[in-house]
Design a protein. Sequence first.
Lengths: 165, 285
Amino acid sequence: MPRLATTTGATALVAGAASALAVPANAETIRVTIPRIKVAEYHAPYVAAWLEPEAGGAARTIFVWYDIKKKGAEPGTKWLTDLRTWWRKGGRRLKLPADGVSGATRTPASYDIPLPANLPKGAYVLKVEAARETGGREIVSLPITVPGAKGSATGKTELGAVTIR
Amino acid sequence: MNSRTLFSRLALASGLSLASLALTTSPASAHRFWLVPSATTLSGTDQTISFDGAISNDLFNPDHVAMPLEILTIVKPDGSKGEMLNAAKARHRSTFDVAIDQEGTWWVGVTRQGYFGSFKLNGEEWRVGGRGRPRPGDKRVDGIDAIPEGASDIDLVENLSTNGTFVTSGIPDTDAFTPTGKGLELQPLTHPDDLVANEPGRFRFLIDGKPAAGVKVTAVPGSKQYRASEMVTTVETGADGIATIAWPTPGMYWIDAKAEDTNPAEPRATKRRMGYTFTAEVVAP
C-alpha cells in the first residue's frame, strides 16, 4: 500500500515522513487537518476526499482513510457508509482497497496529499468528509480550478483547515 | 414470473387468511403496517441486517400489534428468495435478520390480494372478507370462491397491496422494481436507498404497468413523538405518473401510495383498491 499522506503537524507519527519527497514539485497539494477533539472516547475518523467536476460527471476519489486492517464479522469496510455523501458520490463504485486511494485512519495532525497528476484541467469542487465513531460527521467544500488550484476552507467540528496550493 | 408474484400466488393458493390483516387500512383506521431495516445501505456482502415490523399508529413506534412474519417474502437482487433468520414475534413488534450476501437492491415485504364486500342470500346480507376465518353461524365467507350459488346483489371490491422496504449492498440497482404489470407498482426515478433530504424524491407509479395519474402519495417521517406535527407530505402523481416529494427533514419515511379504479380481476367485482407502501431512509446531506 503506497503511503498517501505525510504528517506535517507537531504530532508526526511516522519517522519516514520524508516520503513527502514523492510529491511532484509542480503538483497541487491538499493539506487536510484532523483536529484534536477532547472527548472520553476518541476514535480516529474515517476521512474521504473527492473531486466533483463543476460541469457534472463522475466524482473522483482522491483518498479514503478507514480501518483497512480490521477483518472478521465487522470489518473496517462496514463503516465506510458512514461517509455517506462520499459513499453516494463514488465510494460505492470503488473496489477497496484501491491502490493509491485507500489508507489507514490518521490521528489528529495535518496531512499533505497530492492531487492526481493526470487530472484534466477544469473547475472542480473538492470535498472532504470526515465521520467519527461515537462522534460527528462533517463535509468541507472548496471550489478549485485545475491547474493552479489554490484556496482554503475550514471545518467547524470534525475537520480543521482544508487548504490546496 | 418473478418470485414476488410467485409468492403472492403461493400465499393465495395456500389459503393464508389474507383478509385477516389490516394491510389495506380502512379510512377509519390510522394503523400503519411498516417494516424498518437496521441499515439501508451496506458496503459489502458480509453483513446481517435486522428488521423490525409492526402495525401501529405512530411511525416507527411499535404501539399496537406485531407484524405477522409468515406473510413476508425476501427477494434478493437476482430475484431468488432470501432467508429469514432469528425470527421472533413479540407483543408489539416482530423482528428477524437477513444475511445480505448479494450485491444490489433487496426487497423485503408482502404483496397481497383479496376481495371484500357483500352479497344477499335468501334475503339475508352476507359479508365477503373481513378479519379472521368465519365461524359457524357467521353470515360471512372469507373469499369469493365461497360465494354460494344463488347469491344476489354481489358487491365486491378487490384489494391489492404491496408493502415493504429496500436494502442495498453496493450500487443501487433497479431489478427489484421490474414491474409485474399487475396493480400499483413503483418505478423509482430516485432510488429508495439513495435519498437525500436536500434533493426531492421522484417516484413514478404504474397501474398495470402503465404510468398512473392521480395516485395519492403520502410521506410521513418517523419519530413523531419528538416533534409537534405529523409532518406529513401529500402529493398526487401527474399524467406521467410521477410524484415529487420535497423532504421536510432527514429521517426514516413511510411512503404510501393509494389509487382505485374499476378494473378488478374478478368480473363480479366493481372496484379495485390499490396500495403501494415502502419505508425509505432520507439521509442528511
